[in-house]
Design a protein around this ligand. Structure first.
Ligand code: NAP
Length: 291
């Protein structure tokens, strides 16, 4: 698996990691979920993304099982929920996550969403405390606009803001207008979530183009030139930017195998233009959503 430097740190991480949203929601799927994560890890997808919010801690428990004998090889990311973003709330949340993850440290700790109740300044002060205590290695945010990243950076001072995890896929290119250039200029890693589109019930849908649509046909055709699937084209297209990492979620081993090979093609300028015409970039930037 190709590695990429994580922002301004000296750490190299797998350019394609593993998401865990919906993990731990169904007892009957737990073995399959651990197996999927293990397969990814064994094939170099050693960056794992989870959150205290996923299955109310259930996803972190699945991750713990999958990494129990290889913790040192893993770059572990988890997130504090927006509602827990008071100074004490963050500290208590990390303690619960560490317990569920059965580890003594988190590599990258993210504020999951901007909070309605708690100021970024307060949350970031707690994050700095956690670094000083050795409970987390790096501080990051998720779903942060450029304005909020500026506030966070201002508080952090010498503690760098390492990463912003944001939604990015063919049908939502808003971060190209603001978040990506902002992060590239400042050496902040961009971690792309939902690389295959948003689930129908969330963020207004816009999932992966369905078979039979002209958008799917064009991805099929481009993929056909390289012996690649439309999903591989979509993932490859995201990772064309400097400094971007993607965290697809795949429980199906065949999907993981496919994602592992997504970087084996190089999209031509002509293909990129065709993609632009079917999945156009709008002028808007990422909107602020708070929880
Ligand atoms: N920070 C945030 O606010 C936030 C929000 C959303 C997500 N995330 C993170 O980002 C991760 C990824 O996002 P996501 O789960 O929303 O969506 P996603 O990774 O874009 O898509 C997941 C869906 O795509 C399928 N899939 C994966 N690889 C495939 C392939 N090669 N071919 C065909 N289908 C494939 C999966 O199926 P199978 O599972 O059946 O294999 C699953 O149904 C999450 O799991 C989570 O860790 C973060």
């Amino acid at each position: 698996m190709i590695q990429r430097n994580l922002g301004m740190t000296n750490v190299n991480v797998a350019i394609i990691g593993q998401g865990t949203w919906t993990y731990g929601e169904n007892k009957g799927l737990e073995l399959e979920e651990v197996k999927a994560l293990r397969f990814g890890i064994e094939n170099g997808m050693t960056l794992i993304d989870t959150a205290e919010e996923y299955a109310q801690g259930g996803a972190e428990r699945i991750v713990a099982e999958a990494i129990k004998d290889c913790r040192k090889e893993i770059f572990l990311t988890t997130k504090v929920s927006a509602k827990n973003c008071s100074y004490l709330g963050v500290i208590e949340a990390v303690e619960r996550s560490l317990e569920r993850l059965k580890t003594t440290y988190i590599d990258l700790y993210l504020q999951h969403w901007p909070s309605k109740e708690h100021q970024v300044e307060e949350t970031m002060r707690a994050m700095m405390y956690l670094v000083e205590k050795g409970l987390i290695k790096y501080i990051g945010v998720s779903n942060f606009t450029t304005e909020l990243m500026t506030v966070a950076q201002g508080v952090l001072g010498e503690h760098i803001l390492t990463c912003n995890q944001v939604g990015y896929h063919l049908n939502d290119r808003r971060v190209e207008n603001d978040v990506i250039p902002y992060c590239q200029e400042r050496g902040i890693a961009v971690m792309a979530y939902s690389p295959f589109g948003y689930a129908p019930k969330f963020f207004g849908g816009a999932g992966f183009p369905e078979p039979g649509t002209k958008e799917r046909q064009v991805l099929d055709e481009i993929g056909g030139k390289y012996g690649a699937s439309p999903y591989q084209v979509a993932l490859n297209w995201i990772l064309r930017h400097e400094g971007i990492i993607a965290i697809p979620k795949a429980k199906d081993i065949e999907h993981i195998k496919s994602n592992l090979k997504a970087l084996e093609l190089t999209l031509s300028e002509e293909d990129l233009k065709i993609i632009d015409s079917y999945f156009p970039k709008t002028n808007e930037g990422m909107s602020l959503v708070t929880y």
